[in-house]
Design a protein around this ligand. Structure first.
Ligand code: AFP
Length: 322
């Protein structure tokens, strides 16, 4: 099995970006260790603090955020970082070439039940002419990402990453301490009979999504003429990993549950990196209005509607919005 650096060189990834990726992965190895020891180390449960999103932070959210932030900033490769857990971006090396956005622990509600969680990251080039403390540097569309990925802290610690030359799977090999390539150029099956949505929000969805999901549930007695299975892990890393492995449609649609917050998932920390991975694996990553990676961000903590996965099923879903 190929090690990480040669695999990246095969895709012509520049050496300074390889160094940044290895720094990010050093942080994820430390987070993986802390996650495995959390029960023993008093790291379960919540803090008394809320993050900028108004969500109560788990103790592990805070630890993972500090670890990731410190390791990446100290490397000198980045001009600034932005995190789901930080109020605004944090300045790094004024001549750093890159910007890193991350969700240090996606799926926080799974922490206390020893279920799937992961770290999501996205890398952009840093504009040379802007001050490192200016968060506007991060207002770049997903199409400008030079790398995106996630590390899933599951039964195996897995890295799924793209630098724009396909989506590849790696597994953390604890005997030598690095990630090994286990599957190059993963492809999302074009068709699927599986979907992922939080059904408890059904009464708050817009009509097109209500109608689409009803037709899936009607199965072979309805207009789709085939039965569908449903899964919901409550961690986008887990749900998207399943979609990359065996296909499916994942959606967190716009809803009216909280009128001040019609969308749940974050563009920079969740939707854009996952869109890059899904598109590089031959899937589609959309809102009901267009491609996610075309969106020009207006703020670093912006939220967005997400419909992504197997190409033909995403297209079938979007017909309900026409
Ligand atoms: P956190 O960012 O708080 O960990 O939430 C996870 C998440 O953003 C995403 O990973 C899940 O798909 C989604 O929220 C789960 O939402 P529900 O709470 O509606 O199940």
């Amino acid at each position: 099995m190929q090690r990480l650096s040669p695999a990246l060189r095969q895709d012509n990834v520049p050496e300074d970006l390889i160094s940044l990726i290895k720094t990010i992965l050093a942080a994820t190895k430390e987070i993986s260790f802390r996650v495995s020891q959390a029960h023993l180390g008093g790291l379960m449960g919540s803090t008394l603090d809320e993050n900028i999103q108004g969500e109560i932070q788990k103790k592990l959210d805070v630890v993972a955020n500090e670890l990731f932030k410190d390791i990446v900033l100290e490397s000198g490769f980045v001009k600034a970082i932005s995190s789901e857990e930080e109020d605004t971006s944090v300045a790094g090396n004024p001549v750093g070439k890159y910007l890193v956005s991350f969700d240090p622990l996606d799926g926080s509600s799974n922490i206390d039940i020893n279920s799937l969680i992961g770290t999501i990251f996205s890398i952009h080039k840093a504009p040379e002419d802007m001050d490192p403390s200016n968060p506007d540097m991060f207002k770049q569309s997903g199409d400008h990402q030079v790398c995106a990925g996630y590390v899933l802290y599951g039964p195996a610690t897995m890295l799924v990453m793209t630098t724009g030359k396909g989506t590849h799977f790696y597994v953390l090999d604890r005997t030598h301490g690095g990630y090994l390539l286990v599957h190059r150029n993963v492809q999302v099956p074009t068709d699927t009979q599986e979907f992922a949505i939080n059904m408890s929000n059904q009464r708050f969805w817009q009509e097109p999504m209500k109608n689409y999901i009803k037709d899936l549930i009607d199965g072979d007695t309805g207009p789709r003429g085939k039965n569908f299975n449903m899964r919901w892990i409550a961690a986008m890393v887990g749900d998207i990993h399943r979609v990359l492995c065996r296909g499916g449609l994942f959606t967190y649609p716009t809803d009216s549950k909280n009128p001040e917050q019609p969308n749940k998932l974050r563009l920079m920390y969740e939707a854009n990196p996952m869109s890059f991975l899904i598109e590089q694996a031959g899937g589609l990553a959309m809102t009901s209005k267009g491609r996610i990676m075309d969106i020009e961000p207006t703020s670093i903590h912006q939220r967005v509607e997400v419909i992504m996965g197997s190409k033909n099923e995403v297209e079938a879903c979007l017909t309900y919005y026409k």
